[in-house]
Write a protein that binds this ligand. Structure first.
Ligand SMILES: CC1=C(/C=C/C(C)=C/C=C/C(C)=C/C=O)C(C)(C)CCC1
Ligand SMILES: [Fe+2]
Length: 522
C-alpha cells in the first residue's frame, strides 16, 4: 500500500468524533496537538521537498472517555499569499519561489536587507512550542505563529528579531520545571558577528498582557567557528547545570544563501556537509553563562535530535540520534518519496542509518593525565573521551541502538538520568513502520507494528503521581493508507508497551512531524 506524500490533504476544522476501542485511562484529559506539512501544490505550482508543505495542524482531544479529531491549515502570511496568488509565492527550504507579488506583507522579501538576508517564510510546519502560557507553531526561521490549541486557529505572527538577533531558531526548545522555556538560534545577518545565542523565556508574568517573549533573556552567545559558515542544528541538550550544543560540520553557507535567489537554487543547496571536518561540542555552564574551556571534539556527524542529557559523577552524558551524512534531507524531496512500500526501489534511500549514540564529557581536569588516556570514569558505558593535548578531548560515543528516530522521553526526566526512550523505527527508507520502547540500561527494546500502518512520533504522557519513569501512556498517530481501514490514535501502556485503546477516525489523516500534549486544566 502506498501513502501519497505529494497529495494535498484536506482540513477538518469541525471536530470528528472517533470510534474508541479499548479503555482510556480516566486521567487522560487534554489535547495531543501536532504539526506537519499538508499541502504540496498550489494552483499549477508544487513544492520540491516534503518539509516545504504548508503547515497543517491537527489534534486529538480526550474528553471524558471520548476522543475528537480535527485539523486546520495554519493561516500564516505564507498560506494567505499563496492562496491569493493561487501559486507558491514564498520560498521554503527546498523550493525557491519567483517573484513575490504579495508586496504588502512580504515587502522586504528578496530585496536585500543591508545584510543580504531575505525575509523568511512563516509557514511553521515543524513543531508546536510553548512560551509562557502560549502555544506557537514553529519552523526554523525567525517567525513563529501563535495558535489556539483548542480550535487550531492561527493568531499573530511573532518575529524573534524584535527581541533578539537570531535569523534561525530551533523548533525543539527545552522547558524548566518553573515554566521557563529555553531555546537557541543563529544570527547570520551581521557577517562579522555570526553567532549562536541561547535564550530563556521566563514563565508568563502575572499581568498576562505582555507577550512572554518580551521578557526574553540571553543566556550565552557562542561565536561560530567559521563566520561565513555557521553550523545547522535542529535541537540541543540541557541538564541542570549545562547546555550542550553540537557545532557539527553540516553548515549553512551565508554567501551562497545571499546569492541563492539570483542563482535559481533553494536554501537547502546552501547547506553542505563537510565530512573531513570534525565536530565541536560546546558545554555551556548555565550558572556562569560561559562555555566550559575544555575543547570536546568528535568525528563529523549530522544530528537532528537530541534524546536527553544528564550529569553523572562529574560527567555530562548526552544521547543523540546521529547520521554519518546528510542524506536524510535529500530523502525527503518529494521526487524521492514516490513509490511507497510496495515500490521500495523507487524511493530515496538513506546512505546512513540513524544511530542512537551516547557521548560522555568528563568535567574533571585533565592535568597530569597522559595523552591518549580515557578520562571517562563511568562503568555503565563504553563511551570514551581521550586526551589529545592539554584541554582537548576526543570523544568516542557508544552506539546503543540503530534504525531509530523521533525520540521522546518522559519529559520529567529531561536533564536527569533516564532509562526509557520512545522512538519510531526506520530502516533505510523514510517510512516509519514501527514504534519502539528502548531501555538504555538493558539495551532491550519492545516494538509495536501493524501491517500497512505508519506510526508517527510517539509521545509519552505521565500518569498522575507516577511511581516509575514509565508510569503513563504513549500516544502515536497511526496512518493507514489502505482503503477501508481507518487511521487511528494508538494509546499504549508505557510500561508494557501493549495497546490499551485506539481511537479510529473516519477521515484522512496526514503523516506529521512533531507535537505536544496539552493537559486539560483542572
Ligand atoms: C525555511 C528555511 C529553513 C528551514 C528548515 C526546516 C523547515 C527544517 C526542518 C527540519 C526537520 C523537520 C528535520 C527533522 O528531522 C533553513 C534551512 C533552516 C534555512 C533557510 C530557510
Ligand atoms: Fe525535529
Amino acid at each position: 500500500m502506498q501513502y501519497d506524500y505529494s497529495k494535498n490533504k484536506e482540513e477538518k476544522p469541525d471536530p470528528v468524533k472517533a470510534d474508541v476501542k479499548g479503555t482510556l485511562p480516566a486521567w487522560l484529559q487534554g489535547t495531543l496537538l501536532r504539526n506537519g506539512p499538508g499541502m504540496f501544490s498550489v494552483g499549477e505550482t508544487s513544492y520540491n521537498h516534503w518539509f516545504d508543505g504548508l503547515a497543517l495542524l491537527h489534534s486529538f482531544t480526550f474528553k471524558d472517555g471520548d476522543v475528537f479529531y480535527r485539523s486546520k491549515f495554519l493561516r500564516g502570511d505564507t498560506y494567505k499569499c499563496n492562496m491569493e496568488a493561487n501559486r507558491i509565492v514564498v520560498s521554503e527550504m527546498g523550493t525557491m519561489a519567483y517573484p513575490d507579488p504579495c508586496k504588502n506583507i512580504f515587502s522586504k522579501a528578496f530585496t536585500y536587507l543591508s545584510h543580504t538576508i531575505p525575509d523568511f517564510t512563516d509557514n511553521c510546519g515543524t513543531n508546536i512550542i510553548k512560551y509562557g502560557e502560549d502555544y506557537y507553531a514553529t519552523s526554523e526561521t525567525n517567525y513563529i505563529r501563535k495558535i489556539d490549541h483548542d480550535t487550531l486557529e492561527t493568531y499573530e505572527k511573532v518575529d524573534y528579531l524584535k527581541y533578539i538577533a537570531v535569523n534561525l531558531v530551533t523548533s525543539h526548545p527545552h522547558y524548566g520545571k518553573d515554566g521557563s522555556s529555553y531555546n537557541m538560534g543563529t544570527s547570520i545577518a551581521d557577517k562579522g558577528k555570526t553567532r549562536y545565542s541561547i535564550f530563556k523565556i521566563p514563565p508568563t508574568a502575572q499581568d498576562k498582557k505582555s507577550p512572554s517573549l518580551k521578557d526574553l533573556e540571553v543566556i550565552c552567545s557562542v561565536p561560530c567557528r567559521s563566520l561565513l559558515t555557521p553550523s545547522y542544528y535542529h535541537s540541543f541538550g540541557m541538564t541542570d547545570n549545562y547546555i550542550i550544543f553540537i557545532e557539527q560540520p553540516f553548515k549553512l553557507d551565508i554567501l551562497k544563501m545571499a546569492t541563492a535567489y539570483f542563482r535559481g537554487v533553494n536554501w537547502a543547496s546552501c547547506l553542505n556537509f563537510h565530512s573531513n571536518d570534525n565536530t565541536l561540542i560546546h558545554l555551556i555552564d548555565r550558572k556562569t553563562h560561559k562555555p566550559v574551556p575544555t575543547k570536546f571534539i568528535t568525528d563529523a556527524l549530522v544530528v537532528y535530535h537530541h534524546v536527553n542529557a544528564y550529569e553523572e559523577d562529574g560527567h555530562v552524558v548526552f544521547d543523540v540520534i546521529a547520521y554519518k551524512d546528510n542524506s536524510l534531507y535529500d530523502m525527503f524531496y518529494l521526487a524521492n518519496l514516490q513509490g511507497g512500500l510496495d515500490q521500495p526501489k523507487k524511493m530515496g534511500k538513506l546512505t546512513s542509518k540513524p544511530e542512537y549514540k551516547r557521548f560522555v564529557l568528563p568535567l574533571h581536569s585533565d592535568k597530569g593525565v597522559d595523552v591518549g588516556s580515557d578520562l571517562v570514569k563511568l562503568k555503565s558505558t563504553t563511551a570514551a573521551a581521550l586526551k589529545e593535548k592539554e584541554g582537548k578531548l576526543y570523544c568516542k560515543p557508544e552506539i546503543l541502538f540503530e534504525g531509530v528516530e523521533l525520540p521522546r522521553i518522559n519529559y520529567d526526566f529531561n536533564g536527569k538520568k533516564h532509562r526509557y526512550v520512545y522512538v519510531t523505527g526506520v530502516e533505510l527508507s523514510p517510512v516509519p513502520t514501527k514504534i519502539m520502547k528502548l531501555d538504555v540500561e538493558t539495551k532491550q527494546m519492545v516494538e509495536w507494528s501493524e501491517e500497512n500502518c505508519w506510526p508517527s512520533e510517539p509521545v509519552f504522557i505521565p500518569a498522575p503521581n507516577p511511581l516509575e519513569e514509565d508510569d503513563g501512556v504513549v500516544l502515536s498517530v497511526v496512518v493507514c493508507p489502505e482503503p477501508g481501514k481507518s487511521s487511528f490514535l494508538l494509546v499504549q501502556d508505557a510500561r508494557s508497551f501493549g495497546e490499551i485503546a485506539r481511537a479510529s477516525v473516519d477521515t484522512d489523516i496526514h503523516i506529521d512531524m512533531h507535537g505536544v500534549f496539552v493537559p486539560q486544566r483542572t
